[in-house]
Write a protein that binds this ligand. Structure first.
Ligand SMILES: *[C@@H]1O[C@H](CO)[C@@H](O)[C@H](O)[C@H]1NC(C)=O
Ligand SMILES: *[C@@H]1O[C@H](CO)[C@@H](O)[C@H](O)[C@H]1NC(C)=O
Ligand SMILES: *[C@@H]1O[C@H](CO)[C@@H](O)[C@H](O)[C@H]1NC(C)=O
Length: 385
């Protein structure tokens, strides 16, 4: 999801809205877990499914880009308590928050990119906030997908690297200075949580695209970066974080199936150091119908079966009629061989300062939409397995 976000003051609420079509088509703890815990607790693939804590099943989860930017530990705990009691097993979070100037209001940032230099912020207003997220998730048995950089400029993203190192968004993938800084950042994050069983997977980027590029550009970047992550941490899974664009299987020739954004889903999934595939679904932004989304889910499932690796239906959403539309996609996903888990966009809750960010896609804990898309979905998963 591309988020147009403004990070506010003390309570760190984020106002966000859905991306317009043009853009979319666009408590510090370092001693997290012992090596023994990881041996038994690390999530893995198991054929076309995921295995979490020894359980091979279909799993439900959600997305929260903002949880690592909260400054109140109780708010973080509340989210994971609610996820745990609801049966949501995986949360995808932003493991990046790049800035070009240090925020004057004291808000959280993870990395400063300025004048050709990258400085990771390991302070109380930096990665220590992500440390708390990992510790809290670990205590409540929720697994995390931790993403390293945004294609979009929300929370800095590739644009923040371009500002500091030059080039452009499409040359970012091959810009030596930008890639050196990106890898140093990956190393800083991975080494912090390398022993944590709370890490479900490392993720290269949020919705990487290289518009108009040959598919080899992203393929080469995915191959070399995922191999780098595996060289640092061979135990945890690695995935891309892409939208699932560029697919021949069951293609209807529509924009998302095309190779226009420089992605070849099948080719990228063949990379040995990529453990599973991701795909997203936003018919409103892609100008397809909601019903088209069901075919989008099954076509990716078929591609994952062919590759022998699971698919994660990683983001999906609409801005109205959530229950009617998204529950159908969930049902299709649960029924499709090769699709192993789904994470709706996005998780919402009532925190100490009020409601968490609402971009129109938010499903708030305790609402009837939550009952429909979480309680009922988890019950359906439990009775199907
Ligand atoms: C909630 O967390 C506790 C403690 O880690 C765990 O025993 C329990 O299985 C979790 N519930 C779910 C649904 O994962
Ligand atoms: C994300 O990728 C698309 C396609 O390459 C590009 O048009 C867009 O500008 C990117 N976003 C940013 C913030 O660079
Ligand atoms: C995409 O990748 C597949 C598998 O490697 C290949 O057969 C196909 O020709 C590729 N298509 C494009 C347009 O790159």
């Amino acid at each position: 999801m591309k988020i147009l976000a403004i990070l506010s003051l003390a309570t760190c609420f984020i106002s966000a809205q859905a991306a317009p079509y043009t853009q979319r088509v666009a408590v510090t703890t370092n001693a997290l877990a012992s090596g023994d815990a990881i041996a038994s607790g690390v999530a893995t693939t198991n054929g076309l499914k995921f295995e979490i804590d020894g359980e091979t099943s279909y799993f439900a989860g959600s997305n929260s880009y903002w949880i690592g930017f909260l400054t109140n530990n109780d708010d973080v705990d509340l989210v994971f308590d609610h996820m745990n009691e609801s049966g949501l097993r995986i949360l995808r979070v932003w493991g990046f928050n790049d800035v070009n100037t240090v925020p004057s209001d004291g808000s959280v940032y993870y990395q400063l990119l300025k004048d050709g230099t990258a400085t990771v912020n390991t302070g109380a207003d930096g990665l220590q906030r992500l440390d708390y997220v990992v510790a809290s998730a670990e205590a409540r048995n929720v697994k995390l997908i931790i993403n390293f950089v945004n294609n979009w400029s929300d929370y800095g993203g590739m644009a923040a690297y371009v500002n500091a190192f030059g080039g452009s968004q499409t040359s970012w993938y091959t810009n030596t200075a930008a890639q050196t800084a990106y890898r140093a950042y990956i190393k800083a994050v991975v080494s912090r949580y390398i022993d944590s069983p709370a890490v479900f997977a490392w993720e290269l980027a949020n919705e990487p695209r290289c518009n108009g590029c040959d598919v080899s550009v992203l393929y080469n970047w995915i191959q070399s970066t995922s191999a780098y992550v595996k060289s640092l941490d061979p135990k945890h899974m690695v995935t891309i974080g892409d939208e699932g664009f560029g697919l021949d299987i069951q293609s209807d020739g529509s924009y998302p199936y095309s190779y226009a954004e420089g992605l070849n889903f099948t080719m990228n999934l063949g990379i040995e150091t990529i453990d599973f595939a991701t795909f997203h679904l936003y018919p409103q932004s892609w100008r397809t119908t909601n019903d088209w989304g069901n075919g989008w889910v099954t076509s990716h499932g078929a591609a994952c079966v062919a590759a022998g690796k699971p698919c994660l239906f990683e983001e999906y959403g609409v801005t109205s009629d959530h229950c009617a539309i998204e529950a159908q996609w969930q049902k299709t996903s649960l029924d499709t061989t090769g699709v192993a888990a789904d994470l709706y966009w996005q998780y919402g809750d009532t925190l100490s300062g009020g409601k968490s960010a609402d971009d129109g896609h938010t499903i708030y804990y305790g609402t009837s939409d939550f009952t429909c898309l979480v309680t009922d979905h988890v019950a359906a998963i439990n009775s199907s397995t």
